[in-house]
Ligand binder design. Structure first.
Ligand SMILES: Nc1ncnc2c1ncn2[C@@H]1O[C@H](COP(=O)(O)OP(=O)(O)OP(=O)(O)O)[C@@H](O)[C@H]1O
Ligand SMILES: CC(C)(CO)[C@@H](O)C(=O)NCCC(=O)O
Ligand SMILES: [K+]
Length: 275
């Protein structure tokens, strides 16, 4: 095979996945089924989105001339990549609809039994992404802006789940709705449970509060499905695992961290649709 044929073969297999979350955009660059790179960017305004699409349409390397979004290191990506999108934020979705190779993933595309119509597509995709690797039954804990638990039974039927404010949102709401509580940045390590400063007391309340809640949900899940895999994902996933390692080491050993779980789900759906 000539060099250029190899090149174009590789380029044809290039595609992008975009998961539009409530706080950020999550991007992945794929070649076929191989995820080459994952990165995150802020939500874009329409000018930034149009600039990016304009570049793609002109056949420019997709990240050319843009500071964001673009993969760290700025590796070359083929022009006009198909863009597979999952969104839980309608106004951010509108931006991408003018792009010619735009594919929107909806609940109808997800082969999961017992779905309810307003279930978040991110939750559905995380579930099938986890099951593809670990099988059913499976429980996904996604520590994003909202923290969600989503479980499915041995037949791949949604059992249900729960939604609560995530780490960042809990910290932020305390600051915003009280007079005396200062902004607290997300700590890198577990705070002391019995804190003697205000910032640590806030961090303790939020982290041990969320952590023990999640632990209780997992215990309940294992009562129902003792062999189920538990997968932890989302920006707050590391903190959650740190909590479990300290407070419930046996549980932590059995929990699997998959930071890029949503992309496993998107890749699976794309494959199904591409035949
Ligand atoms: N350095 C950090 N500062 C603040 N929050 C952090 C930090 N690291 C992790 N987090 C936590 O992770 C969350 C971000 O996780 P993730 O990237 O999954 O979600 P997101 O982008 O906020 O959410 P979504 O996907 O819902 O937009 C924050 O809301 C917070 O709970
Ligand atoms: C819960 C979030 C915000 C998590 O990203 C998202 O999945 C969503 O908007 N869900 C819709 C409601 C539901 O899942 O029942
Ligand atoms: K979210």
């Amino acid at each position: 095979m000539s060099n250029s044929a190899t090149e174009s073969g590789r380029d044809a297999r290039n595609w992008l996945a975009l998961s539009i979350g409530n706080s950020r955009l999550h991007w992945a660059w794929f070649q076929g089924e191989v995820c080459k790179q994952v990165w995150h960017s802020p939500h874009l305004d329409s000018a930034a989105g149009e600039k990016l699409i304009h570049g793609w349409n002109r056949g420019e390397l997709w990240c050319a001339g843009l500071e964001s979004p673009g993969p760290p290191g700025g590796e070359a990506i083929a022009p006009n990549p198909p863009l597979w999108i999952a969104s839980v934020v309608p106004h951010q979705l509108a931006l991408w609809q003018s792009y010619g190779r735009f594919y929107l993933i909806t609940l109808e595309d997800v082969p999961l039994l017992g779905l309810y119509p307003t279930l978040g597509i991110d939750r559905a995709l995380a579930l099938v992404g986890a099951a593809r690797q670990w099988g059913w039954p499976v429980l996904v804990v996604d520590a994003g802006t909202a923290l969600t638990l989503t479980g499915a039974d041995p037949e791949g039927r949604l059992v249900g789940g729960a939604i609560l404010p995530g780490f960042g949102l809990q910290l932020q709401s305390l600051t915003e709705k009280t007079a005396a509580l200062p902004p607290v940045t997300f700590p890198a390590t577990l705070p002391p449970r019995w804190a003697l400063t205000t910032p640590e007391a806030i961090a303790s309340g939020v982290i041990y509060g969320i952590g023990s809640g999640v632990r209780d949900f997992i215990e309940d899940w294992w009562q129902r499905f003792p062999t189920s895999t538990v997968v932890i994902t989302g920006g707050g996933g590391e903190m959650l695992l740190r909590y479990l390692q300290e407070s419930a080491p046996e549980m932590a050993k059995q929990a699997i961290a998959m930071p890029d779980l949503i992309f496993a789900g998107i890749c699976y759906i794309k494959q199904q649709q591409s035949g």
